[in-house]
Design a protein around this ligand. Structure first.
Ligand SMILES: Nc1ncnc2c1ncn2[C@@H]1O[C@H](COP(=O)(O)OP(=O)(O)OP(=O)(O)O)[C@@H](O)[C@H]1O
Ligand SMILES: [Mg+2]
Length: 274
């Protein structure tokens, strides 16, 4: 069980908002610009409030990872602006953490070594060693501190990836289908774990998922995107109390509503009388 009470340092975090303003992304074509490349995102604007948990759902290829990579500062937008709080995004920064679907741990490092990797890179390991222990406890891996990645289950490896991102105290955590490779039971446990970490740290989280139930279970708001080129089709607030009951009428009703929106996303509204 993860302990979240007490006056631990890891509970204090200054979350930041995310602002995406009229952002489009056109990739270069493989022929060196003779023909236009893929338009991945088309005029996307959104705001995530500090400390909010927002999920993005949308069909494959609609630009979800591209959007996260732009917020992470790994790729620039073609047009538009992105900022964290009041700061424009011009490149990667330690205040933004990114967790991918594949935990991509360093195979030659132990669990402890992987979690401490960011501290070593920043030259602060000596001051923060105790914090590495706290994070290992937080994700329930203290007994595996000296194990290597090939001895871990998928869920354990993903928890190491989460701890590795969180130890840098990101003000914003970007999660790109972080639970996609897990079996259904592990996935549900990990959803609770991410929610516990979110509550404990108050970090702003933007979470990409293909799983509509996961989005409803986790988020304050759900952003539904159209097929490529990705635009925002609809943003839905999830007002259900936590912990959420996946079998409740409200949950199932919301699921039906989102499925229908996704089915028709990107299609012209001709004939629609609403
Ligand atoms: N580096 C790149 N160069 C050219 N095109 C790219 C590049 N990265 C992504 N694309 C294209 O941009 C579009 C959006 O890709 P992206 O990976 O963001 O989609 P996604 O919504 O994350 O899909 P999935 O759900 O399958 O992960 C796709 O058509 C993809 O082929
Ligand atoms: Mg993707």
């Amino acid at each position: 069980m993860v302990a979240l009470t007490g006056d631990s340092k890891i509970e204090s975090s200054e979350a930041a908002s995310i602002r995406v303003w009229h952002v489009s992304k056109q990739f270069d074509s493989a022929d060196g610009g003779i023909t236009p490349g893929a338009l991945a995102l088309n005029d996307v604007s959104l705001t995530v409030k500090a400390g909010e948990m927002v999920c993005i759902v949308g069909p494959s290829g609609c630009g979800k990872s591209t959007l996260l990579r732009m917020i992470a500062g790994l790729t620039p937008p073609t047009t538009g602006e992105l900022s964290i709080g009041a700061e424009p995004i011009t490149g990667p920064g330690a205040e933004r953490g990114l967790v991918f679907q594949d935990p991509s741990l360093f195979p030659w490092l132990s669990v402890r070594g992987n979690i401490e990797a960011g501290l070593v890179a920043r030259g602060v390991l000596r001051h923060m060693q105790q914090e590495a222990d706290e994070f290992m406890r937080l994700v329930g891996l203290e007994a595996f501190a000296n194990s290597f990645p090939h001895h871990l289950s998928g869920g354990m490896a993903q928890r190491v990836a989460l701890a590795r991102a969180l130890i840098n105290h990101p003000r914003v955590l970007l999660l790109d289908e972080p639970l996609g490779a897990l079996d259904a039971f592990t996935r549900m446990r990990m959803q609770d774990e991410v929610l516990r970490l979110w509550r404990a740290r108050g970090t702003t989280m933007l979470f990409v998922t293909h799983d509509i139930d996961e989005a409803i279970y986790m988020s304050d708001r759900i952003i539904i995107m159209t097929p490529r080129p990705g635009r925002i089709e609809q943003i839905i607030s999830v007002e259900l109390d936590r912990p959420r009951d996946r079998g409740s009428d409200e949950f199932l009703h919301l699921r039906g509503q989102i499925l229908e929106t996704m089915h028709f996303a990107g299609q012209p509204l001709a004939g629609n009388t609403h």
